[in-house]
Design a protein around this ligand. Structure first.
Ligand SMILES: NC(=O)c1ccc[n+]([C@@H]2O[C@H](COP(=O)([O-])OP(=O)(O)OC[C@H]3O[C@@H](n4cnc5c(N)ncnc54)[C@H](OP(=O)(O)O)[C@@H]3O)[C@@H](O)[C@H]2O)c1
Length: 272
């Protein structure tokens, strides 16, 4: 339903196309961090979504008449790669010529988007769903400085934003940031199992391993270099140093294997 003329924001809106798993996480992150005034937000979604309903209550427009897009400053495309062309087709002519296109779709090349959107500036962003809690990470790639700036502005409050100098690096970024948390969880799971082998009961082992993960996360949040975080805990001759020494020879092999395989799979899925 359209807002009354008097309620309309004078700020050019941001349009979110698709409110599935990632689209909902992005909208949730904007609301949680207040990075975006809900009055500036338009969500286009075929079916009702809890976060869209929450945004509506705060002043966002959900599925307004498409003429509302005529003043959009950004369109965030968060639909499945297989359906993006059909989903954006009715919108392209309605968008202003200077609207920035933000694609969070895996594997859809920037050049294809630029062409479909008539040369409008495009930025590809690969975020994690932890943006919902304001704790995500997002890799950005664009050949347009304007689009890059717009992408950073939309994600910086809810993610660590990392600019990539080459779109080809998107697959590696997806492996490190997107799949990375699963690799860390797998390692923490293995630590818990090793704790059990040392006599801890399973519940205690898992609770302790999770606590270690949470503590590591707090350290990472400080922004200090990872090497400093390691040496802060590892006193010479101490227990941590003994553990680090034991795994030094082999720790990079599983990390390399996991990142290489995930990046290769991302390349396969995206066709380049
Ligand atoms: N999930 C992740 O962690 C993640 C991470 C990085 C990148 N991505 C990328 O994000 C995109 C979305 O992934 P997802 O996991 O969020 O998928 P998803 O949960 O399937 O969400 C896709 C959404 O698109 C909506 N949709 C379909 N046609 C539409 C249309 N014409 N107009 C507006 N919305 C439409 C669907 O609506 P209905 O629900 O009503 O059918 C659905 O909610 C993908 O391109 C993926 O590569 C996802």
């Amino acid at each position: 339903m359209a807002k009354a003329e008097s309620e309309q924001s004078s700020v050019r809106p941001v349009v979110l196309l698709g409110c599935g798993r990632l689209g909902s996480a992005i909208a949730e992150g904007w609301l949680a961090t207040e990075a975006l005034d809900p009055a500036e937000l338009i969500i286009l979604t075929p079916s009702e979504k809890p976060v869209a309903e929450a945004a509506r209550k705060l002043g966002a427009w959900i599925n307004p008449p498409l003429e509302a897009l005529a003043d959009a400053r950004v369109l965030v495309v968060a639909v499945k790669p297989a359906m993006w062309r059909a989903a954006v087709a009715p919108l392209i002519e309605l968008l202003p010529a200077d609207a920035v296109i933000v694609s969070v779709m895996a594997g859809v090349p920037g050049a294809a988007l630029t062409e479909a959107f008539g040369g409008r500036p495009v930025v590809r962003v690969m975020p994690t769903t932890a943006v919902a809690q304001g704790r995500g990470v997002a890799a950005l790639s664009s050949t347009s400085a304007v689009a890059l700036k717009a992408g950073r502005a939309l994600f910086a409050a809810m993610a660590t934003v990392v600019d990539l100098d080459d779109e080809a690096r998107m697959n590696a970024a997806t492996a490190v940031a997107g799949s990375g948390p699963a690799f860390v969880y797998a390692f923490v799971q293995a630590m818990a199992a090793a704790g059990e082998a040392q006599g801890l009961d399973p519940v205690a082992a898992e609770a302790l391993a999770r606590g270690a993960l949470r503590s590591a996360g707090s350290g990472a949040d400080t922004g200090r270099p990872l090497a400093d975080l390691v040496s802060q805990i590892a006193a010479p001759g101490g227990t941590t140093q003994a553990g680090l020494d034991a795994m030094a020879a082999s720790v990079s092999a599983p990390a390399t294997a996991a990142i290489t395989a995930a990046a290769a799979r991302a390349a396969e899925l995206s066709g380049h």
